[in-house]
Design a protein around this ligand. Structure first.
Ligand code: FAD
Ligand code: NAD
Length: 401
């Protein structure tokens, strides 16, 4: 056909919602829409710490793409993007290539190890479904083998988490609740298990509200998490972190949650990068590209008032999608494009299933059960937006706590 072709790369929050909005806003005759993703499923990146700790099964955190995007309306390609060739308007995939008229790059984040020796190969990372379920399987294996060893090493039951940002904190929050269950299942004394979070900055969650940080620290410490703040990880060995001036912290499971950056496909495709991401124009297009939008964790979107980028999170990725879909429609119809404006609804972090803390509605602080409920409302709101009541009944968080 000679219809314009819109190609969306990556079916995360930004890619799924852009595709969905495009199908709602464009007539079939206006454009062909193609969605390309590594897997045939979409996953809840914001629930991956729960998969990694074994709170939820990985299947609860994923959705078949064809269950929420009509394959008769959108061409679905399950393949890995290798590179974007801007000059020829082509996307190179592992098994084929595809041309585009309009391109949306929403390939998400990659774990950033900042070149710390050994970290990339020796630590686990919460990156996607496969890497997250691997973490839980490894932890369970440490428990299952413990009583079978003649001289079991207590260190093998230590779980070391490097980085006390939101991912690290949410992850240890799940771990403290799962560990007692594992102890019971494998007849292990809870006192033999340690959960240690290591943070280089003077405090966990650097930059966040201090009252909320104190709440999180106290809640987690009371349940058995040990914090090592002001402690910089210098190296990751097979069974330990080397910190500060050479002290070693041994462990049987090591997880790096120390940072993320944009997908490396951006650099491979010749985009100019700032800390691994592309600083996009106000309409979310890549600089000097008329037909390429970059969204979600691949993009820096500047907050002009504060002269710094908006925080990269799922909330922003979903909002980028709405602006991007409207701007593609505007391009197709020769109408003016709109600028992205972030509507910050706050930040809520879970501290296990029944505790959480954060800010809502312009800096109102919430804690405890009401925050945990709010977190589930936020999670469910997205499930609803994506797949309506049908998906909500299948994948919503409706279990009590
Ligand atoms: P992603 O969700 O990362 O999706 C990218 C998609 O692209 C994936 O489906 C992936 O499979 C696909 N892909 C990647 N590479 C390729 C390739 N080469 N070829 C084909 N497909 C590819 N933010 C919040 O706002 N609130 C939260 O509570 C929150 N909790 C979080 C908890 C955890 C444990 C983590 C890790 C992050 C959390 N975040 C949260 C941040 C949030 O998850 C990210 O900002 C968000 O996922 C970014 O969305 P995205 O669409 O850009 O990318
Ligand atoms: P992050 O960059 O926010 O945190 C990484 C932490 O690791 C930092 O505190 C940093 O000081 C620490 N660190 C880095 N190098 C270290 C070293 N060598 N030794 C010890 N500590 C070191 O990364 P993240 O937590 O993965 O979060 C990524 C993004 O996802 C953020 O934008 C975050 O806001 C978002 N997120 C949001 C939520 C939520 O809203 N509930 C949950 C998870 C993630």
């Amino acid at each position: 056909t000679n219809k314009p072709k819109i190609v969306v790369l990556g079916a995360g929050y930004a890619g799924m919602m852009t595709t969905k909005r495009l199908t709602q806003q464009l007539g079939r005759e206006e454009a062909d829409i193609v969605l390309i993703n590594k897997h045939n499923y979409h996953y809840q990146t914001t629930w991956l710490h729960e998969v990694a700790a074994g709170t939820i099964n990985h299947n609860s955190a994923r959705v078949m793409i064809s269950d929420v995007i009509n394959p008769n309306r959108v061409r679905l390609i399950y393949d890995e993007v290798v590179k974007v060739n801007k000059e020829e308007q082509l996307v190179e995939l592992e098994n084929s290539e595809i041309s585009y008229d309009y391109l949306v790059i929403s390939l998400g984040f990659e774990t950033n190890t900042f070149g710390i020796k050994g970290m990339k190969n020796k630590a686990f990372a919460i990156q996607d479904i496969d890497s997250s379920r691997n973490i839980y399987d490894h932890i369970e294996y440490q428990f299952s083998k413990y009583n079978n060893e003649k001289n079991p090493d207590d260190g093998s039951l230590t779980i070391l988490v490097g980085g006390g940002g939101f991912t690290g904190i949410e992850f240890v929050g799940e771990l403290v609740e799962q560990v007692p269950k594992l102890c019971k299942k494998y007849d292990i004394d809870r006192n033999k298990v340690r959960i240690i979070n290591v943070e280089a900055a003077p405090s966990i969650l650097p930059g966040f509200n201090e009252e909320l940080i104190d709440y999180a620290r106290k809640s987690l410490e009371a349940r058995g998490v040990e914090f090592r703040e002001d402690t910089k990880i210098q190296e990751c060995k097979k069974n330990s972190f080397v910190v500060n001036d050479g002290e070693e912290i041994p462990a049987g499971t090591i997880v790096w949650t120390g940072g993320v950056t944009g997908n490396s496909i951006l650099g491979k495709s010749g985009f100019e990068l700032t800390k691994g991401k592309v600083t996009v124009d106000e309409d979310l297009r890549a600089p000097e590209e008329d037909n390429i939008f970059i969204l979600g964790d691949c993009a820096w979107v500047m907050n002009k008032e504060e002269d710094r980028p908006y925080p990269p999170n799922a909330q922003a990725a979903i909002q980028h999608a709405a602006t991007c879909a409207r701007n593609i429609k505007a391009l197709l119809r020769n109408e003016p494009l709109e600028s992205f404006i972030f509507d910050d609804k706050g930040t809520v972090a879970s501290l296990g299933v029944s505790d959480a803390m954060g800010t809502v509605f312009s800096d109102r602080k919430i804690y405890g059960k009401s925050a945990a409920t709010m977190k589930k409302v936020i999670d469910n709101r997205y499930v609803f937006m994506l797949g309506g009541p049908k998906l909500f009944l299948k994948k919503g968080k409706i279990r009590p706590f």
